[in-house]
Write a protein that binds this ligand. Structure first.
Ligand code: C5P
Length: 291
């Protein structure tokens, strides 16, 4: 029997722009992604046999191969040709589900990293990212994380100058909108406001967190079927409490605020926590070094 454990870190999007709809039905996006300290705990146990099961401790998350963590194991075995292992994946979910924080993708990427260590396959992050791309658009970023510009489906990555160490407050209002439905509501030619993604990349290059934070925006904010008012209220509360900038992450509905001051971040967190159960005080996490 072999067991390995690891942390699956959430991601946030500092910007999210949709450039066009591609022939395959997916959308060409342009986004700056950042890893944050909020994480799921993942354990993988392998013993002789067959089959993959996932226990994520939540009744509404599938325990079979519909779960992205199981898909990751399946893809790993398919890629490497390794056979004959019954695989148990246990996940302690700390990242809220359907929030725009990439929790499922982080779990999938973590399973790939863990299996690579368990079986000593030494695939390297680039190869693991390619396997991840077949599982979900956000999985490649979650393999190494850090700060990246992601284009295409979100799977074509360029490492950026890391976001200066800062506090990030996350607040998830209690509603959600499935990602495919939100993409379906986007008419590229009708997008009214866009983030200044190139400006964010340039600001990060200069180590200017404030300048990057002021340029953040997510085009999905304008496409929400409901809850837009609540997103705006949370953004306002974060800015009012000293955030350098605030934006909805991914397909939402979680909203993030960037703070260069820990005390302001703590106050904003405490304030939002009065009205929202799912609030988190997090910080930036750098790219995982390849061993
Ligand atoms: O890749 P992932 O499984 O996260 O995508 C979920 C859904 O979101 C896709 O089936 C597609 O409808 C939509 N999507 C898209 N363009 C992207 C990423 C996702 O249209 N770049």
């Amino acid at each position: 029997m072999m067991t390995e454990a690891g942390l699956a870190y959430a991601k946030v999007n500092l910007s999210l722009d949709i450039v066009s709809k591609m022939a395959d039905g997916f959308h060409y996006i342009k986004t700056v992604m950042q890893t944050v300290s909020l994480s799921d705990e993942v354990e993988v146990r392998c013993e002789p046999g067959a089959g993959i099961s996932v226990d994520a401790g939540l009744p509404y998350l599938p325990g079979d191969e519909r779960n992205i963590a199981a898909k990751a194991a399946l893809a790993f075995y398919g890629h490497t040709g390794i056979k004959g292992h019954r695989t148990y994946i246990k996940i302690r979910k700390n990242i809220p589900v359907c929030a725009g924080l990439g929790g499922g993708s982080a779990d999938g990427a973590c399973v790939l990293r863990i299996l690579d260590r368990l079986f000593e396959t030494r695939l390297g992050y680039e190869a693991i990212e390619r396997i991840g791309a077949g599982i979900g658009s956000d999985v490649p970023f979650c393999v190494a994380g850090g700060t990246s510009l992601a284009v295409g489906r979100g799977d074509i990555l360029t490492s950026l100058t890391p976001v200066p160490k800062c506090a990030i407050v996350i607040c998830k209002p209690p509603f959600n909108c499935p990602t495919p439905m939100l993409f379906g509501r986007i008419k590229c030619e009708k997008i009214r406001a866009r983030p200044d993604t190139d400006g964010i990349v340039a600001a990060l290059g200069q180590g200017d967190l404030g300048s990057a934070a002021r340029r953040m925006y997510n085009v999905f904010e304008d496409a929400l079927p409901r809850g837009a008012r609540e997103i705006a209220d949370i953004k306002y509360a974060l800015l009012d409490k000293g955030a350098l900038g605030a934006v909805m992450t991914g397909s939402g509905p979680a909203v993030i605020g960037l703070f260069d001051n820990e005390e302001d971040a703590y106050r904003a967190y405490g304030h939002l926590k009065l009205n929202y159960k799912e609030c988190y005080l997090t910080s930036t996490v750098e790219r995982i070094c390849e061993k």
